[in-house]
Design a protein around this ligand. Structure first.
Ligand SMILES: N[C@@H](CCC(=O)N[C@@H](CS)C(=O)NCC(=O)O)C(=O)O
Length: 222
């Protein structure tokens, strides 16, 4: 169900960006319409470095959400903004203790897994650092594997887990998990050691919001 917004929300993003994928899931879970503004991260040296985009986000990273004259970067700040502005279809649970738990899971992915395998880090490894392709692949899989193993151990024993990371409705943690697993698969990591994560991923993939947000469904998909 699409919801009217005061100013059209515009998501500056890239189909394969896992940070942008998080926000697309959140927008669709909340039923919010948005305009899709593609930013190609490698064409012409990377459109994130173009002056117009750098002015929007000096970090030169997607996603950025524009809401009228407001520009918000950082996917979790965007999701929290959506949560505060559009409380229907909540992505955080009700109590401080529960919200801390969901944020803990989301931040483990957004702060400790994703940044080590981000495009600019990989480009720096293969460029100035002179790392060859097998060593780069080992780096990617090491940091994905380490982070996902900790998440698996945590979620497997957690009684608060339900069909999703927290309970039986998707939260901000699931918005982060599905893109992170998409990335891990793309880089060829064997996910068999993470059955709990795979079960949650499967539950998410059943929901239209996650299907609509998938990289393959985006207008700039290649
Ligand atoms: N912590 C940021 C990370 C943003 C980020 O790293 N975006 C990546 C795509 S997933 C990007 O724009 N990379 C461009 C580059 O590395 O040059 C967030 O959660 O939004």
């Amino acid at each position: 169900m699409m919801q009217e917004t005061q100013a059209p929300l515009v998501l500056h993003n890239y189909f394969r960006s896992s940070s942008a994928y998080r926000v697309r899931i959140a927008l669709h879970l909340k039923g919010l319409g948005f305009a899709y503004a593609p930013v190609h991260l490698s064409r012409a040296g990377g459109e994130q470095f173009a002056p117009a985009f750098s002015a929007r986000n000096p970090q030169q990273l997607v996603p950025v959400l524009s809401d009228g004259d407001l520009q918000i970067s950082q996917s979790l700040a965007i999701i929290e903004y959506l949560e505060d502005s559009y409380p229907a279809h909540p992505l955080l649970p009700a109590t401080p203790r529960e919200r801390a738990r969901v944020r803990q899971l989301a931040l483990a992915m957004a702060c400790d897994i994703h940044p080590l395998n981000n495009l600019r880090v990989l480009k720096y490894l293969s460029g100035p650092m002179g790392v060859d392709e097998p060593a780069k692949a080992a780096w990617i899989n090491h940091w994905h594997g380490t982070g996902l193993a900790a998440l698996e151990a945590d979620l497997a024993r957690d009684p608060r887990r339900g069909r999703f990371c927290f309970g039986d409705a998707p939260t901000m943690a699931d918005c982060c998990l599905v893109p992170q697993l998409f990335n891990a698969r793309r880089f060829g990591l064997d996910l068999a050691p993470f059955p709990t994560l795979l079960a949650i991923d499967a539950a998410c993939q059943d929901l239209p919001a996650f299907q609509l947000a998938h990289p393959a469904r985006q207008p700039d998909s290649e």
